[in-house]
Design a protein around this ligand. Structure first.
Ligand code: PMP
Ligand code: GLN
Length: 388
């Protein structure tokens, strides 16, 4: 048999899928893969249901239904003061995952370099390598995940085509400061590069922080592609509706890829997301406040058990060091151990590092769950490890 593509076949099944399957097998409480366990906003669900029954269900325009592209443009103005032309600068995608793939395939050429910040989301490197590019990694390490000028300086070069920045960052739960963003912007401009900004957690930032989109920094509007996801903004991860805002000259090649990858995204879901993005501020602050309360609930329990918690500035995730619990294996072994022995699942942070020796004593827990689920997980872990 002739061999399949060597890059993609060198990767195993994603750690999220592996751990979710293991959780089901062991009837474990799944705080691994990042997804909320509630129904999502009732009115957004109703809007999807209404659109399904009353609006056309044939192929919508390749770039997305006008209602949603207009709503994405209004959202960029409302939250970030960014003006975007909905016709040429906004495109709807099948989730942020497709937006990322279409952008990487649409912009990269063999020989290009992409600067990425570890720990990083699992789809980035396989796709950029398949596009013929080479990753240049900036490694952030716990507990402070600090970005230094030296590390940025070492990663950028004349070959840099793109910076791929995830902010707020999964799994570090880090929200980049304005100073850090300015540093990255300085290098993107110096090397005449672009920035692909994965901002799926833009509305999940805590403790008075505000999300700053790289696109809003001086000189960056023409260099940035900003990606959002209805999955995160409306707690509907299965919908797979994403959106890109980018200058027309960058969006055009990305749309070429999108048309050959998926062409379009279910129209009723697009219309419901358009409705959702126009919801008033209380929806967005309610999302943040609700998640913060959940974060604190889980954090309190984990701390009581004896985990060493890292700061959580945004996203669905809190990172917990487990060495003090007396477990001497690595983080993968720990996550398997608590799944099979305690009945709680988490994700090993080392899975977000692309190579070399990764931090291996921290587990990532998702707190986007109902209170009873969080309490149940704490109870199980407490029973297993005993209270410290
Ligand atoms: N980027 C990051 C950082 C993520 O955590 C996720 C997963 N939710 C995605 C992209 C993918 O988002 P979507 O489900 O919209 O494809
Ligand atoms: N973004 C989710 C996480 O980090 C997982 C998405 C997926 O399973 N592909 O847990």
């Amino acid at each position: 048999m002739k061999s399949a593509n060597s890059i993609l076949s060198s990767y195993g099944t994603s750690v999220f899928e592996v751990m979710s399957r293991l959780a089901i097998e062991h009837k474990s409480i799944n705080l691994g893969q990042g997804f909320p366990d509630d129904r999502g906003p009732e009115d957004v669900l109703q809007a999807a249901s209404d659109a399904l029954l009353t609006k056309p269900n044939q192929y919508p325009p390749m770039m997305g239904v006008p209602e949603l592209r207009q709503a994405v443009a209004r959202h960029a103005k409302r939250f970030y003061g960014v003006d975007a032309d909905w016709q040429t600068e906004v495109m709807v995608t099948s989730g942020a995952t497709e937006a990322l793939a279409a952008s990487l395939f649409g912009l990269l050429e063999p020989g290009d370099e992409v600067v990425l910040i570890e720990p990083l989301y699992d789809s980035y490197i396989p796709i950029l390598r398949r596009a013929g590019a080479t990753p240049q990694l900036i490694r952030l390490t716990p507990p402070d995940w600090k970005l230094t000028r030296e590390a940025v300086e070492a990663a950028f070069s004349a070959k840099t085509k793109l910076l791929l920045l995830n902010n707020p960052q999964n799994p570090a739960a880090k929200v980049f400061t304005r100073a850090e963003l300015e540093l990255l912007a300085e290098y993107v401009k110096r090397f005449d590069a672009y920035a692909l900004c994965d901002e799926v957690y833009e509305h999940i930032v805590f403790d008075g922080r505000r999300h700053v989109t790289l696109m809003s920094l001086p000189g960056m509007r023409e260099r940035c592609l900003k990606i959002g996801s209805a999955g995160k903004t409306f707690s509907l991860t299965g919908w797979k509706v994403g959106y890109i805002t980018a200058p027309a000259a960058l969006l055009a090649p990305v749309s070429r890829c999108h048309q050959f990858l998926v062409f379009t995204t279910p129209p009723n879901l697009q219309r419901a997301v358009a409705y959702g993005l126009d919801k008033d501020d209380s929806y967005f602050t309610g999302l943040t406040d609700g998640m913060r309360v959940k974060r604190d609930r889980l954090a309190k329990g984990l701390e009581r058990i004896g985990f060493d918690l890292l700061d959580c500035e945004g996203t669905y995730f809190i990172n917990a060091g487990f060495r003090r619990l007396g477990f001497n294996g690595d983080d993968m072994a720990f996550c398997r151990h608590i799944t099979t022995e305690a009945g709680v699942t988490a994700i090993p942070v080392s899975a977000f590092y692309a190579g070399g020796e990764a931090p291996a004593t921290i587990a990532r827990f998702c707190f986007a769950k109902q209170d009873s689920v969080l309490d149940g997980a704490i109870e199980r872990l407490e029973k297993h490890f005993g209270r410290k």
